[in-house]
Design a protein around this ligand. Structure first.
Ligand code: PEP
Ligand code: CO
Length: 451
């Protein structure tokens, strides 16, 4: 059955299915030209690495690893410095060290990075200063400035998104495979503005512990030089597969296995607004060999979720399907359990991740989108409670964060107040945790992991 489904699938046949969240591209032939150009370009990731991520996620599906998926809500064409990629990477590495050091669990690190340029919207229009403009759909479509002119979709942006993604992957590779990610340098991952804070000091204590552990192992006669895992890390890339012309143009058939791979990222996910069973996005995701995520809100019924599992993971392959719940802290304790049970009883070896961001967003009095740190933590705690009760594995977390000192989410030990939100509200889409809030969260998740 699988062979039949794959042989009758092709990277462009989603065009025969209804696609939600499509921008109206002004000129059809300009889009075709950009797609043709993209099809000539090399893939951004390697087939072999996509397979390695699937294997890593399979370990998480068996309860042997924890996934940390994190990055911007939307990457920006205006902010693409090596420094900002490095800051994001530092936070992710620090969080992973905190989780592993505290719990002994290995952490699979996946960025929302190197392709996270497309945004689904609840409403096709936005009202800014009393004027209606098309809603912002990400820099892969148009600019974020709120004018009609800036919001006109431009297909050339597909190519720019590709170029920026490739550049980001090469910066990531240089940082993760070079000396920067060496565990003996874990002290250096503290960002300047974090180092003197309580979380920063708590992190330093862990980095000291890592040093002691390394010295102990060396003293025991272990040749640390030869242990590659101590000197390099892998950070996989992922984004929402929303702009299907971009994804399909980067999808290639692997000559060895004959399977199709979306070489735009190691993993892609289907968002809450585009996961219709008979829709174009699910059709596209069903045929690629990459690990695929699906966002799951409290609105999903168990039957519908099982059909999604059957469509996206008919062979029940561990590491293939990642279900990312995003229910809101008030709903998760009641709504998640029946879905986890149904998927488990259906025999689908999925990885469950908790996205505690997208169900907890609200508008501040000043009209800024924000989230409370305590709500985010409460949703994660609820996620762990549900899995503990059912004896299933709380597979990981999916977060929006940045390495910058922003004030976009409320609370945290540094207590960002509502009146302070406008001080450094830099996101071009949803509010992100800043570096201190992220580290704080990692310490609290570590406690949940060992509880
Ligand atoms: C997102 O992850 O940025 C997003 C839009 O999420 P969701 O599809 O869950 O709303
Ligand atoms: Co978001």
């Amino acid at each position: 059955m699988e062979a039949h489904r794959e042989s009758s699938w092709d990277p462009w046949d989603w065009q025969g299915y209804p696609a939600a969240q499509q921008p109206s591209w002004p000129d059809g032939s300009a889009l075709d030209d950009a797609v043709k150009e993209l099809m000539q370009r090399p893939g951004i990731v390697l087939v072999r690495d996509v397979d390695r991520l699937r294997a890593a996620l399979a370990r998480a599906a068996r309860g042997r690893a924890f996934v940390l998926q994190a990055g911007d809500c939307a990457e920006s064409f205006h902010d693409h410095s090596a420094a900002s990629i490095r800051a994001k990477l530092k936070v992710i590495l620090q969080m992973a060290v905190v989780l592993t050091y505290s719990s002994g669990v290995s952490v699979v690190k996946i960025g929302r990075i190197a392709g996270q340029f497309a945004k689904p919207r609840s409403s096709p229009i936005e009202v800014v200063d009393g004027r209606e403009v098309p809603a912002f759909r990400g820099h892969i479509v148009h600019d974020d400035v709120a004018t009609l002119e800036a919001r006109r979709p431009d297909p050339q942006r597909l190519l720019r998104a590709y170029d920026q993604s490739r550049a980001t992957v090469s910066v990531l590779r240089a940082l993760t495979q070079g000396g920067f990610a060496d565990l003996s340098g874990a002290h250096r991952w503290n960002l300047d503005f974090v180092a003197s804070s309580p979380e920063g000091r708590r992190y330093q204590a862990i980095a000291d512990g890592v040093d002691r552990a390394l010295r102990f192992m060396a003293g025991c006669g272990i040749d640390l030089e030869r242990e590659a895992v101590l000197h390099q890390v892998t950070v996989w890339t992922a984004h929402e597969a929303l702009r299907l012309p971009y994804e399909a143009a980067l999808t290639r058939r692997d000559p060895v296995s004959q399977r199709f791979y979306d070489l735009g990222a190691h993993m892609v996910w289907v968002g809450e607004r585009t996961r219709q069973l008979d829709g174009a996005h699910v059709r596209f995701a069903s045929g690629i060999a990459n690990p695929v995520g699906v966002k799951v809100s409290a609105q999903v019924e168990a039957d519908e979720l099982l059909e999604l599992c059957a469509t996206l993971d008919p062979e029940r392959t561990p590491g293939r399907l990642v279900l990312i719940s995003r229910m809101g802290h008030e709903a998760i304790r009641d709504q998640l359990g029946p879905l986890v049970e149904a998927v488990r009883d259906g025999g689908y070896p999925v990885v469950w991740l908790c996205d505690p961001m997208h169900g907890n967003t609200f508008l501040s009095e000043a009209g800024l989108k924000t989230r409370r740190f305590e709500d985010i933590m409460d949703e994660i705690a609820g996620f762990f409670e549900v899995h503990r009760r059912l004896g299933t594995h709380a597979g990981g977390i999916h977060l929006e964060l940045t390495g910058e000192d922003v004030t976009e989410c409320l609370g945290g030990s540094q207590e960002v107040l509502e009146s302070e939100l406008c001080r450094a509200y830099d996101t071009i889409c949803d509010p992100r945790l800043n570096a201190r809030q992220s580290l704080d969260l990692a310490f609290r998740v570590a406690e949940l992991l060992i509880a």
